[in-house]
Design a protein around this ligand. Structure first.
Ligand SMILES: C[S@@+](CC[C@H](N)C(=O)[O-])C[C@H]1O[C@@H](n2cnc3c(N)ncnc32)[C@H](O)[C@@H]1O
Length: 291
């Protein structure tokens, strides 16, 4: 199933794109949010669409044909540099819809999903560290730390030990292989069957390989350079580690009187959306407006 945009109307409520404005969708994906933004800013507005995954360009090529849309295949941590390189002004709005898309889960062939047998890559971009390299070469203590901190996995120690024992016998090359090793490492009845035991470890590896928390901190730290006065940012996150970072940066900006929060209470998916799109259940939206 193609990616369904999450908290679409809620994000538009925060961003309030208006005719003629310049917006950045820094996690273009399939362009679900971009479509709405483009509709609102109209032909006189402009949209900078960024995605680290070069395939994103093909997922909504029709939208990217618009003359007032520029697509850049890059890491959003570089938004500040992209604006400079392309000679673009500060923006009226920025959207970040973090993590990966359903398209990537289902058809990237990069091992994001433990439900498909694929090589362990997990990077959004085409080069850099792969999950397979981490799994097969990192010391046990480092693996345990990654799985505990980025997966919030309480059986990180047992999982890391089983990974190292298994790889000593045979290299761990695919997502099925890794998922089995994880399932065997945790006690029976783990999570009472609510989630697959491999979920947290796969999340940890994806976050680590892509430096996701560092990228998020970089772009948040650059907000004052990316957005003009009166510019809005909306950030949709999918787990507590990301949301904590966003919450703290926004709180600090407010404390230093550089911005106002656009929602005091965290915005989550309505019951209808959560039923229609299970992916939206963990989504959290925060918005801010610069002074
Ligand atoms: C949840 S999807 C976005 C979906 C999009 N809003 C839509 O409605 O179709 C997240 C996208 O962000 C991209 N991404 C993740 N980290 C990135 C980064 N650091 N820089 C640029 N793109 C990134 C992923 O490749 C993925 O396509």
């Amino acid at each position: 199933m193609s990616h369904i945009p999450v908290l679409l109307n809620e994000a538009m409520e925060i961003l309030k794109p208006r005719k003629g404005e310049f917006f950045i969708d820094a996690t273009f994906g399939r362009g679900g949010h971009s479509e709405k933004i483009l509709e609102a800013i109209g032909k006189t507005g402009a949209l900078l669409a960024i995605d680290w995954d070069e395939k994103a360009k093909e997922r909504n090529s029709k939208l990217l044909e618009n003359k007032n849309v520029i697509f850049v295949n890059s890491n959003y941590a570089k938004v500040k540099d992209i604006l400079k390189e392309k000679n673009l002004p500060k923006a009226d709005g920025l959207l970040l819809d973090l993590g990966f898309s359903s398209d990537q889960l289902e058809e990237s062939g990069k091992g994001f999903s433990f439900k498909k047998d694929e090589p362990l890559i997990m990077s959004y971009g085409e080069d850099g560290l792969t999950a397979g390299e981490v799994i097969n070469s990192y010391p046990q203590e480092k693996l345990e730390e990654i799985i505990r901190n980025l997966g919030e996995e309480r059986f990180a120690g047992r999982i890391a030990r089983n990974i190292v024992e298994s790889r000593n016998a045979i290299p761990i090359e695919t997502s099925f292989q890794l998922a089995e090793i994880i399932r065997k490492a945790v006690p029976g009845g783990y999570e009472r069957g609510r989630i697959d035991p491999a979920t947290r470890t796969f999340q940890a590896l994806r976050i680590y390989v892509n430096g996701e928390l560092e990228n998020l901190k970089t772009v948040l730290g650059d907000l004052g350079v990316i957005l003009k006065s009166g510019g809005r940012a909306a950030i949709i996150s999918f787990h507590s580690l990301e949301d904590r970072i966003v919450k703290n940066y926004f709180r600090d900006l407010k404390k230093s009187d550089k911005a106002e929060l656009l929602n005091k209470k965290i915005i989550t998916a309505s019951r209808e959306e959560a039923t229609a799109n299970p992916r939206s259940r963990s989504a959290k939206l925060r918005g801010i407006i610069l002074k």
